[in-house]
Design a protein around this ligand. Structure first.
Ligand SMILES: *[C@@H]1O[C@H](CO)[C@@H](O)[C@H](O)[C@H]1NC(C)=O
Ligand SMILES: *[C@@H]1O[C@H](CO)[C@@H](O)[C@H](O)[C@H]1NC(C)=O
Ligand SMILES: *[C@@H]1O[C@H](CO)[C@@H](O)[C@H](O)[C@H]1NC(C)=O
Ligand SMILES: *[C@@H]1O[C@H](CO)[C@@H](O)[C@H](O)[C@H]1NC(C)=O
Ligand SMILES: *[C@@H]1O[C@H](CO)[C@@H](O)[C@H](O)[C@H]1NC(C)=O
Length: 946
């Protein structure tokens, strides 16, 4: 009896398991890159297959120590090729899919620098993967509509390392899910998907979520500034989840509940500001007593204030244990989103929230001009398939093509020399009007040369050493841009048009064609003509060869001279370590354009000498050395900081540090483009900021010509505070600036401010191994606590920033040099004394006159004085400073106030909005059903209950 029961259970289990794996994953494709042939089923019941059938090329590597089997192997792509693509399918055309790619680097190749590379979906850029931690799994996801039977997901080279991938997953979405109306022109890239009030650190996914979205636990997601006394609640009761995006029941069974100040968070969104699709999921998951109610309203810092102030009472408007999903179809979110849920006066319980998703709206880039794609298809059939995956031009061209930057792009050169091509040249190549170079030489092409009369941009035509026959096309005679026509050793006949022979500057090689006449007097005997043709070719060719020889000699001499000089100088310079670690990869990256976000670019000294006109225009000099203005070949303006020679740091450390800094991106931090590591100099190359520093404008050289008014000063303070806040808490590891001052806050043409010189103190004088023992910083800005204790904290930056605020308020320097013995020569003492006497007015810069509000000025002075408190622990954090400054700016501009509780009644209530948008006309089931624009904006303007 017992035995039977056991076997029954086992049987049931097997049955259940089989059902799970066979039926519960309809359409899932789960690819374990580099995985073993046989495939396997993981703990969650997902069936994994190897990637051999989905990709060409690449090499399998093992990652040691990976916890789960799917991450124990990966595929990486060494070698010269630019892009590597997976064909992900099969897909149902017009259906929506979720695709997820994951990357666990695990230092499988023990390279010196972490890899950085880019991803694309078909023709469109999708994401940049920059590994900064070898043991973190990076994931990227998109939601897109299938336009064909496959998605082409490509990895392509960035600046360092080889592209690699660990897993690739395809998940079909149910009909209505993520049915935003613009998926024909864009796709969604996941930014965040958070499960609030999660019961553990573990993410929640299949089988709890039938579509296998990964819901990250709020315990591990880096949320900032949660409101005090925020708590978790959960239920085991079933939740009705009939909203459009179908959040899983398990996700909706947990929530966070706010404290006395409501529920609030701040989210730091990388790659924002950007347009996005954002939804918040709510469900009342508590039984409410007779006297209990929960009603709350939104307050955010985003532009779209549709929901701000609207009162939501879930039990009344939606029902208990039922999901509700208000969403923004297309909102612009800033880099730092602040959102609050505030308790309504009528409510007895604090606000609650269950989950949230944000997706960045990514544009679909139109592919190569269709006629060009068609014309290339004949060649494509004769080339190895791995060379011709995806779109010919985008996001990176096939290796033998170059493309121009028109939209859609046109192919500008085809270089298929010596590729064993057979058959004839397709006639439609004559329609590729973007062509500048067409090289099909040294193949076995037959047939005649098509009409190239439309190729008005064609400069070089190389068709030599084929078996082409027929007449030399007269259409070439009309092409004005041609400079080279090589058709020797074919079987062409006819005559070369006189217009080409007469025109100077066209190099024609036509010998070895038995019946081709390339002379102006073709009436004469063909033998003689051919000699003439060869002579024309010979003479022109000879001149070219001579010119090259002269040039080469000239360069050789120049190079020799320089090398000798460098060698000579190197022998007496303190820094003699050769940058031998710079691999050929890093060196070749100099050919790439500046791509912020992909690691530091190496600049050559010669390039910088040219850009800066031999370091002729000094635009500043800081503690780290002089700064020069420059302009690169592509017109990009740069600032070149030459680090003072005292550095004794090794080249590798320097490179690692620079690479780290170049990955720190925030709109309020000056962009580090790259570095130059020459035999004698180390330089950093930054974006150029046109309007100089804050110091210049408040009491420096520009204070008379271009003074800043009050609101500009406040906005600059806020910008700088955001930049510092990002350094302190937005990027990991947290960076302490150490030298915050008004001359390090730079202004661009649109009067936005960016913080400069962050992370520099590590690059100079102290090696990375040396523990900081020297107090660094600038007199007047130095935190007294740090000076005494030598313990550096983020609060030291806060002190310096407080001094900057005082400069902004007063328009005076931190230290008045003229009168050092007077305690009031120090701005901090001076301001503290005035505030104690309640005399804020005499602190204010007289040039501001009365362009400010007294209440906001008081608030700012108090903020500044608390920032320069003697003790770090009494100073606010940069987070708090950002909030305070935002509030102060709001006070100065009463028109910009956010919806406040007092006007909530004038907003539509949810119950009425709900009935409108539940009507079928608001349901976008497939992306092909784009509503008329009138209806679209209507639905954007009303609250969307989904
Ligand atoms: C890519 O793989 C193909 C076989 O699928 C092979 O013939 C080719 O040489 C490989 N190319 C590179 C660049 O490794
Ligand atoms: C699409 O992908 C499948 C594998 O899923 C592959 O067999 C097929 O050749 C691909 N088709 C295209 C057009 O890339
Ligand atoms: C939710 O949807 C299911 C299936 O469409 C339906 O059977 C059920 O009645 C719906 N529930 C509610 C409360 O609308
Ligand atoms: C989203 O809104 C922005 C700003 O209003 C607009 O430029 C963009 O085209 C919109 N995107 C879509 C996909 O509708
Ligand atoms: C072209 O074909 C010849 C002989 O068939 C072969 O030896 C050669 O490797 C081929 N070249 C290329 C580039 O495929």
């Amino acid at each position: 009896m017992t035995k039977m029961k056991i076997s029954l259970t086992v049987g049931l289990f097997i049955l259940f398991h089989a059902t799970l794996t066979a039926d519960a994953q309809p359409g899932f494709v789960s690819i374990d890159c580099g995985g073993a042939e046989a495939g396997y089923t993981d703990e969650a019941g997902i069936d994994w297959v190897p990637d051999g059938d989905y990709v060409y090329n690449g090499t399998v590597a093992n990652v040691s120590g990976a916890a789960s089997r799917t991450f124990q192997t990966l595929r990486y792509f060494p070698g010269g090729q630019e892009k590597f693509c997976y064909g992900l399918g099969p897909l149902d055309v017009s259906s929506r899919y979720l695709v997820r790619a994951s990357f666990l680097y695990g230092s499988y190749d023990a390279a010196t620098a972490f890899p950085s590379f880019r991803l694309s979906l078909d023709t469109s850029p999708w994401a940049t993967i920059t590994i900064v931690d070898a043991s973190t799994v990076y994931t990227e996801e998109f939601i897109a509509v299938a336009t064909g039977t496959n998605f082409t997901v490509c990895l392509y080279r960035g600046t360092t390392g080889n592209p690699f991938i660990s897993t690739l997953e395809l998940r079909p979405l149910a009909a209505a899910m993520y049915s935003v109306p613009y998926l024909d022109i864009s796709f969604l890239r996941r930014t965040v998907r958070i499960n609030f009030g999660a019961l553990s650190d573990q993410p929640l996914r299949f089988p709890d979520d039938p579509t296998d979205r990964i819901w990250v636990s709020d315990r591990v997601y880096p949320l900032q500034d949660p409101a005090p006394q925020t708590t978790n609640i959960s239920t085991t009761r079933d939740i009705i989840v009939n909203t459009t995006d179908r959040p899983p029941v398990k996700v909706m069974q947990t929530a966070v509940v706010g404290g006395p100040t409501g529920l609030s968070y701040r989210l730091n969104l990388a790659d924002y500001p950007a347009s996005c699709y954002a939804v918040i999921y709510f469900a009342e998951i508590q039984e409410l007593g007779a006297n209990q109610s929960r009603a709350f309203f939104f307050r955010t810092n985003i532009e779209d204030q549709r929901f701000d102030g609207v009162v939501l009472n879930l039990a009344r408007d939606v029902g208990v244990f039922e999901a509700f999903e208000p969403g923004y179809y297309n909102a612009t979110l800033p880099n730092l989103v602040t959102f609050q849920l505030l308790e309504d006066n009528s409510s007895t319980l604090p606000p609650l929230m269950n989950a949230m998703e944000i997706y960045q709206i990514m544009p679909i880039v139109p592919g190569t001009f269709p006629d060009d794609v068609t014309a290339l298809s004949t060649f494509k059939l004769q080339l190895p398939p791995e060379e011709v995956v995806g779109d010919p031009c985008l996001p990176e061209p096939w290796d033998f093509l170059t493309c121009n930057s028109e939209s859609p792009p046109r192919v500008s050169s085809i270089k298929l020399s010596s590729r064993n091509l057979t058959g004839s040249i397709p006639a439609n190549v004559g329609g590729m009007t973007g062509l500048v170079d067409l090289w099909l030489d040294n193949n076995q092409l037959t047939g005649s040369i098509p009409d190239f009369g439309q190729l008005t941009r064609l400069q070089t035509l190389h068709l030599q050493n084929n078996q082409l026959s027929g007449e030399f096309p007269s259409s070439l005679g009309g092409l004005q841009s041609l400079t080279e026509i090589f058709v020797e050793n074919n079987s062409l006949s006819g005559t070369v048009p006189a217009s080409l022979l007469e025109k100077g500057g066209v190099l024609i090689r036509a010998d070895g064609n038995l019946n081709l006449c390339a002379s102006l007097s073709c009436a004469e005997s063909s033998d003689k003509d051919l000699n003439l043709a060869a002579m024309v070719g010979g003479i022109v060719g000879g001149v070219v060869v001579l010119a090259f020889a002269l040039l080469a000699f000239f360069f050789w001499r120049k190079l020799r001279k320089r090398t000798t000089k460098d060698r000579h100088e190197a022998s007496r310079l303190p820094f003699q370590e050769q940058p031998s670690f710079v691999s050929s990869e890093l060196v070749s990256s100099t050919d790439n354009p500046v791509h912020p976000g992909e690691g530091a670019r190496l600049f050559h000294l010669a390039e910088l000498q040219e850009a800066t006109e031999n370091f002729s225009r000094e635009i500043g000099s800081g503690g780290f050395g002089p700064v020069y203005y420059g302009r690169l070949g592509d017109g990009e303006e740069i600032a070149v900081k030459v680090l003072s020679a005292s550095s004794n740091q090794g080249a590798r450390e320097f490179y690692n540090e620079v690479n780290l800094l170049s990955r720190v991106h925030h709109r309020n931090l000056v962009i580090l483009f790259g570095y130059c590591l020459d035999l004698k100099e180390r330089m950093l190359i930054y974006e150029y900021m046109h309007k100089g520093s804050l110091r210049d404008h408040i009491y420096g050289p520009l204070s008379k010509e271009e003074p800043f008014d009050w609101i500009t000063r406040l906005n600059i303070a806020l910008d700088a505070a955001k930049g510092l806040e990002y350094l302190h808490s937005g990027c990991c590891p947290s960076i302490i600036h150490r030298d915050v001052k008004s001359s390090n806050i730079l202004i661009n043409e649109s009067l936005s401010a960016k913080v400069a010189d962050f992370g520099l103190s590590k690059l100079t004088s102290e090696g990375v191994t040396a523990v900081s023992t020297v107090v660094r910083g600038t007199v007047g800005y130095l935190d007294p606590e740090y000076y005494i204790s030598q313990q550096l904290t983020t609060k030291s930056d806060v002190f310096s920033f407080g001094v900057v605020l005082l400069e902004l308020i007063s328009g005076r320097e931190p230290i008045l040099v003229s009168n050092r013995s007077d305690p009031d020569s120090n701005i901090v003492n001076w301001a503290r004394n005035l505030l104690q006497r309640g005399n804020v007015q005499s602190m204010v810069d007289p040039t501001l006159e009365s362009s400010y509000r007294m209440d906001s000025m008081w608030k700012l002075v108090e903020l500044a004085i608390s920032s320069v408190d003697q003790q770090g622990k009494n100073r606010p954090t940069m987070n708090q400073i950002v909030l305070e400054l935002t509030e102060i700016i709001r006070m100065e501009r009463p028109n910009n106030t956010f919806a406040s509780a007092s006007i909530t009644d004038s907003f539509p209530t949810l119950s009425s909005a709900r009935s409108t948008s539940m009507s079928p006309s608001m349901d976008y089931d497939t992306s092909s059903e784009i509503p008329a624009s009138g209806r679209l904006s209507e639905s954007f303007d009303s609250l969307t209950v989904r």
